[in-house]
Design a protein around this ligand. Structure first.
Ligand code: PMT
Length: 401
């Protein structure tokens, strides 16, 4: 995948894996990227400034207090210049400083001052990697939408074996290239629904389901990476809006999700329904908390919810429709049934239950359309979503040809 004219800011922090970042600069430039390197003071103990200068063909910055560069607010210029910031290696200290918003050296300041997506390639001893302080800092950064690439497991420079090796330069290059997407959905409006719906019983109780929103949020991000203008309609989840997503509408119930999806789809080219929409809701919502009646069962009457996908396909002009099917058994038969019954162009079926599909970090899908199918084997939801989006783009284009 080309990186022609892409502007990558490579931050190098202090760790022995800094030697691999020299190779990384070469790999990025081979694909056409412009690379500017910023080193922390610690990094300069491992690799010389001249090495990165020669490999990047650009001056290397190491200090916030460079009078010449800062005469023209050099750090702000660099922060604006970058399309992606990759910190590789990201030491435990660099991760902690970024998590806590420090701004007392050039790299940390740049990360705060830039709107560019931030990627970290952690590298450290396996014991440090496993430390709760490091993991808590990473959780904070992930929750802010920072992308963490790796680390890999294996033999380490210190002789230990375990997790904490920086990913290889070609793996980091490929991850950055994928983050730009191939423009397969450029110029298109895509609406994605994600997460569960909650159907209130009374002011304190509701009927919900186990969807975390991870799959749908990954689809929204992948569609944005592929160049689409994405509107994400999210059920009640606690996930940050993925980078690149143009608009987000938060909803709670199936009826609210239907209203938001129908509104956004008035001008959409593609709708992907990854949300786990409740099929039923309590027929009546109690205004006050229902009181326990000791010794008596409580019977709830449920009313059928509207089917969002079916209501879209019933419209004379509707977007290309992609549904999901979450099944515990007979996956293919149920998925094909929903494809036909709901009037869809494609359906992505996943096996759920027993630790699969819901809430997990990875997933597997089988895609079905009228005269074909494709298996996408188990992998992380971000990567799986990219593969799904590539297939949706291809089938969308075929349908419009
Ligand atoms: O969120 P995660 O924890 O990452 O989990 C991901 C997932 C398992 C929720 C996701 O991969 C998935 O399968 N989403 C669809 C879940 C679902 O509701 O499937 P279903 O088979 O019940 O519904 C079929 C399709 O109809 C879905 O596209 C659904 O959005 C849509 N639907 C369902 C009911 C309804 N009233 N309106 C709808 O549009």
């Amino acid at each position: 995948m080309s990186l022609a004219n892409r502007r990558i800011l490579l931050g190098v922090s202090g760790g022995i894996a800094a030697y691999k970042s020299c190779e990384l600069v070469r790999r990025l430039r081979e694909r056409g990227a412009e690379v500017r390197v910023v080193m922390t003071a610690g990094a300069t103990h491992f690799v010389g400034v001249a090495t990165f200068q020669a490999l990047s063909g650009q001056p290397v910055r190491t200090s916030l207090w460079d009078e010449q560069a800062e005469a023209a607010m050099g750090h702000i210029e660099l922060a604006r210049w970058a399309e992606r910031i990759l910190v590789a290696p990201a030491s435990a200290d660099a991760i902690a400083r970024l998590a806590h918003g420090h701004a007392d050296d050039l790299l940390a300041t740049l990360c705060l001052a830039s709107a560019a997506p931030l990627y970290l390639a952690p590298a450290m001893n396996q014991q440090m990697w496993a430390h709760p302080a490091v993991q808590a800092n990473l959780a904070t950064l992930r929750a802010r939408g920072v992308h963490v690439l790796g680390p890999a497991a294996g033999e380490q420079a210190c002789g230990d074996v375990g997790s904490g090796r920086m990913l290889e330069p070609h793996e980091l290059r490929d991850a950055l290239a994928a983050s730009f997407g191939d423009g397969a959905l450029a110029g298109l409006d895509v609406v994605v629904s994600a997460g569960p719906t909650f159907e209130d019983i009374d002011p304190v109780r509701f009927i919900g389901n186990r969807s975390s929103g991870k799959m749908g949020f990954a689809v929204a991000q992948a569609a944005a990476e592929a160049g689409a203008r994405v509107t994400l309609v999210a059920g009640p989840v606690s996930l940050p809006t993925p980078p690149g997503v143009a608009a987000r509408v938060d909803v709670r119930s199936a009826a609210q999700m239907q209203a938001a999806v129908l509104d956004a789809c008035a001008r959409a080219d593609i709708y992907v329904g990854a949300a786990a929409v409740g099929d039923y809701r309590p027929a009546e919502v109690a205004e006050r908390k229902l009181k326990k009646q000791a010794g008596a069962d409580l019977v709830l009457q449920l009313a059928e919810n509207p089917d969002i996908l079916a209501s879209l396909s019933a419209r004379p002009r509707h977007p290309f429709l992609v549904g999901f099917a979450a099944e515990t058994h007979d996956v293919a038969a149920y998925a094909r049934g929903k494809l036909a019954r709901k009037g869809l162009d494609m359906i992505a079926a996943n096996q759920v239950g027993g630790g699969l599909g819901f809430e997990t970090a990875d997933n597997a899908l089988t895609l079905y359309w009228a005269d074909g199918e494709l298996e996408l084997p188990r992998t992380g939801k971000a990567e799986l979503a990219r593969q799904l989006v590539a297939e949706v783009a291809a089938r969308y284009k075929a349908s419009r040809a």
